[in-house]
Design a protein around this ligand. Structure first.
Ligand SMILES: [Ca+2]
Ligand SMILES: [Ca+2]
Length: 77
């Protein structure tokens, strides 16, 4: 799963411009926290966050969010 997500993230990083993150990053620091994720997705849990946070740095990058949408962890748009 992690390898698949990483591969997807790398592919999307080349193919897709930033989209999902900017809407969720309410404080504009360039990363999406669990709290910011839950604003957009109130049903998101810490398990969901951990599954999306593939590099485990505690925040979600645009690449990680795009990969999550692509993997069906989050609804698109
Ligand atoms: Ca933020
Ligand atoms: Ca991360």
């Amino acid at each position: 799963m992690k390898a698949i997500l990483t591969t997807t993230a790398m592919t999307l990083a080349l193919a897709a411009p930033a989209m999902a993150q900017s809407a969720m990053d309410t404080d504009g620091d360039g990363n999406v926290t669990l709290e910011e994720l839950q604003v957009a997705f109130p049903d998101a849990t810490t398990d969901t966050f951990a599954a999306i946070d593939t590099d485990a740095d505690g925040v979600l990058s645009d690449v990680e969010l795009q990969a999550a949408v692509d993997a069906g962890l989050l609804p698109a748009g």
